[in-house]
Design a protein around this ligand. Structure first.
Ligand SMILES: [Zn+2]
Length: 302
């Protein structure tokens, strides 16, 4: 391994997830970049390990595998000198790819890709709202949406993060601490609302996500960092003919697609900070603080 990066998932694992038993010394981390031992091949790692034999694997939907396991959660992770994964869980990238960005790439980009491209089927010119810009999935979603030619809206409680999102090309920014997001979007779109919402925040944003969603809109969720129990008014759901889509990580085909983007130098993730492995604790503290804009990387090798 050369470097690994942190995901919010790592904090959940550290604090204890129902049904997941980790025993010290546990190796954390899901994302990674490294060199295949005995070769010169630089590779990124897809942390989702599937059995390849169940009903969903046979349909090509590896992230729905009934025996799905994730590096760092169900098996030892990537913040290590060496890891062993199936060959189909790595993808070769050019040797001159920047290491922190490569380490930070896979899980966020794969997750956002499946959400927007496969599940929501985002089309050019559509309006997409991305809640909570600054996290890895939200930033990857912003880049994918821009590349698709969509009109992008982002929210944050931090004006600084919104300014940085504008530098990355976000068309419209809203501070949700000072502004009613749904009302503001209704006002700026002549009451129409947006076509797609990317929500990985959950309880704190669900109401504003639905409030911003226009007729025939799609809300796609991959996480609930602020809490999991959300309320949906069924009358508004059927009357507006909304679609609520769940999405998690990605299948092998989507992994190949995002690795292709990385090989072309596209969708490189913003990196917030790089820590040496000896400062691993500080890296987790930075993640927990929520102050980061982009990914937190831990350098393992030289
Ligand atoms: Zn399977």
């Amino acid at each position: 391994m050369l470097a690994a990066s942190l995901n919010h998932l790592d904090l959940f694992v550290l604090k204890g997830l129902p049904g997941v038993t980790i025993t010290p010394h546990w190796v954390m981390g899901a994302d990674a970049v490294g060199i295949v031992d005995g070769t010169d091949d630089l590779v990124v790692v897809n942390p989702g390990i599937s059995d390849g034999t169940c009903e969903y694997c046979l349909r090509g939907e590896q992230s729905l595998c009934v025996r799905f396991r994730l590096l760092g959660e169900h098996m030892p992770g990537t913040i290590a000198e060496y890891i062993v994964v199936p060959e189909r869980n790595v993808a070769r990238i050019p040797r001159d790819t920047p290491i922190p960005e490569a380490a930070a790439f896979t899980l966020s980009t794969l997750t956002a890709w499946r959400m927007l491209v496969t599940r929501a089927q985002l089309r050019p010119e559509e309006h997409v709202l991305i809640q909570g810009i600054g996290g890895g999935v939200a930033l990857a979603a912003l880049q994918i949406a821009r590349q698709a030619g969509a009109h992008t809206w982002v929210t944050s409680s931090s004006d600084d993060k919104l300014a940085r999102a504008r530098q990355l090309g976000a068309d419209e920014t809203i501070n949700y601490r000072t502004t009613d997001v749904a009302r503001e979007i209704r006002a700026r779109t002549g009451k129409r609302g947006v076509d797609v919402v990317v929500d990985s925040v959950g309880e704190a944003t669900w109401a504003s996500s639905l409030g911003a969603l226009g007729k025939f809109g799609r809300l796609v969720t991959c996480g609930a960092t602020s809490g999991a129990m959300v309320m949906t008014d069924a009358r508004r759901l059927f009357w507006n003919q909304w679609t609520i889509l769940g999405s998690t990580m990605g299948n092998d085909q989507e992994f190949a697609a995002v690795a292709g983007e990385l090989r072309e130098g596209r969708l490189l993730p913003p990196v917030d900070s790089v820590f040496d492995i000896s400062q691993g604790r500080d890296a987790f503290a930075r993640l927990e603080s929520g102050a980061q804009f982009g990914k937190i990387v831990i350098r393992v090798g030289k």
